[in-house]
Structures are given as C-alpha cells and as structure tokens.
Design a protein around this ligand. Structure first.
Ligand code: ZN
Length: 217
C-alpha cells in the first residue's frame, strides 16, 4: 500500500510537470489528484505552488471529506470538486484540472468544443460537456462539475478551464492533451472557413470500434 502511495506521488509529480511544460498550467494554476486504492482518501497537488517543480513530499493526502491526513502544504482549493467527483464516479481514479489556453479560450467565449470533428478526439476524449460558470474553489462549482461528470470524462468549465477524468493519471493526462489539440484544430478550421463535423454514422462507428477494443483489452 505504501509502495502504491509512493508510486502515485511520483506519478502526480511527473504528470504535473508535463502539464506545466505544455503550458496547460501557467503560474500556480491547475491541480492533479489520484485516488488511493481501497480507501476513501486521495493524493492531491498543493495550493499556491507552481506545478512544474513539485516533489513527492509536496503532495497532500486528504480524505473524501477534504480533511488533511498527511502533508505540510495546503491541499488544492479545488479539493471539494475532486472529492465530490470521486464520490460520484467510483470508476474514476485520477482527475486533472487545467487552464489550457485554447480550451480556456473556448470556455471564455462560452463556446462548446465538438469532439466529432476528428477520430482522435472521439476515441480519446469522447463527448465534451460545457459546465456553467461557478466561482473557483466553491461547493457550487463542485456540484456543477460532478453533475456533468456523471455522463462525461471531459469537461469545459465556462470562463475557467478544463477537467478530465481517467481510470489512471496517464489516461486523464492524455484526455487533457487531446482536448487541447481538439480546441486548436477547431480554431484553425474556423479560421479556414469553418469546421465540418464527421457524419453521425461515422461518429457512431468510431465509438463502437473504441468500445469493442476496450472490451478486448
Ligand atoms: Zn482553475
């Protein structure tokens, strides 16, 4: 169990560094968490610290009610959002909240991101929810995000950023990366005269192929 916790702490540090270096978490923004197996507790990034240079000992352990179990730093101010998603979605083991600039541009324009424009987004990200604005760090935001998380693994938070969910940290990371790629593709195709979503039959076909592949692995 301790080995697994140590592994998760190192993985959170590594994923946070990748997110920072990609420009998805500028300043001290964004947060990453992972659920500890067989326990109602999580590991999360600390508040008010740049996510590019974390150490495993900076990661904070909190229970599902947000109470700190272990750590010398304050947990992320978005802890209520993370814990409520884990309570709502028992299949989720990792959550990333970031401010990728292209996605956040769409979020600030109140414009949804349509994942049906190219197969990569359909396979990796799935349908993307647009969540109504709520003040960061509040129960209101936690409620709105966890409600949308019942049916989506990728969420766009109005005037704020993104949330992606995964069975692992790597899966949640890949969803953030491909979500941002999708936002870039949509913006570029809009500049080139408008994007053309794939026909619904093709989207369904790709979704079905993805489900079958998942069942085979
Ligand atoms: Zn944020």
């Amino acid at each position: 169990m301790l080995d697994e916790e140590e592994r998760l702490r190192k993985e959170i540090v590594e994923v946070s560094r990748r997110l920072y270096e990609k420009g998805f978490m500028a300043g001290t923004g964004g947060n990453v968490s992972a659920k500890l197996p067989n326990s109602r507790s999580i590991l999360t990034t600390p508040s008010g610290v740049c996510k590019g240079y974390l150490k495993p000992s900076d990661i904070v352990k909190v229970d599902f009610e947000g109470k700190v179990i272990e750590g010398r730093l304050k947990p992320t101010s978005e802890t209520p959002m993370h814990t409520l998603i884990y309570k709502t979605r028992p299949d989720v083991n990792a959550i990333i909240h970031a401010h990728p600039p292209f996605c956040t541009g769409f979020a600030c324009a109140g414009m949804p991101i349509d994942s049906s424009v190219f197969p990569g987004a359909i396979v990796i990200v799935g349908e993307i929810a647009l969540v109504e604005y709520a003040t960061p760090g509040t129960e209101d935001l936690a409620m709105k995000v966890s409600e949308a998380a019942k049916t989506h693994d990728a969420l766009l938070l109005q005037n704020h950023g993104t949330v992606t969910l995964g069975a692992s940290l790597e899966e949640a990371y890949l969803k953030t990366e491909v979500l941002e790629e999708t936002a870039q593709i949509l913006l570029i195709s809009s500049l080139l005269g408008g994007f053309k979503p794939l026909p619904e039959t093709e989207v369904k076909k790709i979704r079905l192929m993805t489900t079958k592949n998942e069942q085979n692995t």
